[in-house]
Design a protein around this ligand. Sequence first.
Ligand SMILES: *Cc1c(COP(=O)(O)O)cnc(C)c1O
Length: 379
Amino acid sequence: MSTPPLTRPTRVEIDLEALRFNLHQVRHRVGPACEILAVVKADAYGHGARGVAPALAAAGADQFGVALVGEGLDLRRYGITRPVVVLGGVFPDEEQAVLAHDLQPALYDLDAARRLDAAARAAGARIACHLKIDTGMGRLGFRPERLGDVLAVLKGLPGLEVRGVISHLAMADEPEQPFTAAQTERFRAVVDRVRAAGFAPRYLHLANSAAVFSRDLAGCNLVRPGISLYGGLTGTPFEEEVPQRPVMRFLSQIAQLKEVPAGEGISYAHRFVTTRPSKLAAVPVGYADGYNRLLTNRGDVLIRGRRAPVAGTVCMDWILVDVTDIPAAAVGDRVTLLGRDGDECITAREWADKIGTITYEVFCNISKRVPRVFVGTER
Ligand SMILES: *Cc1c(COP(=O)(O)O)cnc(C)c1O
């Protein structure tokens, strides 16, 4: 895969070998009979769907999941021919794109259902949909109490095919939580009623990554992992028990080195003041790249396999790093912001904990300005 010429040294490297490894862990867990819908919304959680989706397809992902119709169109442009489920559903005027590119929307709104049906029939086609049920997430989906009415309406919409029944778990990342079992039970009951009404959904699915690795998925024949494919499934017991490799490395370079005396204020607002004669490295990455400003005086980076702290305020395009304890540091040295360098590793989990968020957001926030370079493509 060709990569655009780099105009600056700050880049994200995506390890497709690690991605394949993570996909294979899901396959190993669910067995050959269950299909895998790889969730690649938000540009593959910031990893770059352009490289990630084709690699997952080649490695055995059966289907793909995106949030938006536009993201589905992107997948088609990247050459993905497998089923694409639009988890976020369809908004007015998106029906033609759904038809033209054979996308499968989640269905949680009867007006949307009617619009899709009309578009399908006008084209002499059918649109495969996934009936979305709110079993307790409280976000998208028909409530089970309304199911009778919903199914009656769908009966009168021959342009639609109910290809799947889908729900989403609210607490799967807390395996001790009994609520997940309650949601699973509600889901089963809904599926029985959908079938009793004469529909024959081919796919039943409710598991995200955490559920894949902690739940008995009896009755489901499709799973929807996202974060575990990227090596970012956190928490107990997943971090100990799920073999996963980080896929993203976020890299930059030392652009300038300088020696300053003790007592020198560094970066905006002088939030860092040297306490000794110091050596500081300027690194061309900032919050505009997704290097979160909350890492001011808190982040660590890796240089020559060793940790070095961010000194002072994270700027839009720059951070300063205290390399006083790495005397060999030189202009042009690789700076690892996220990922491994020798024996040391900065994980997305470490970042997330420092700034009070989750790995998902760390990945998604690496901005468009940072080129994604795909490595490990030789197979
Ligand atoms: C994002 C998403 C997933 C994937 O969740 P992970 O926790 O990343 O595995 C699955 N299903 C739906 C409906 C989603 O929106």
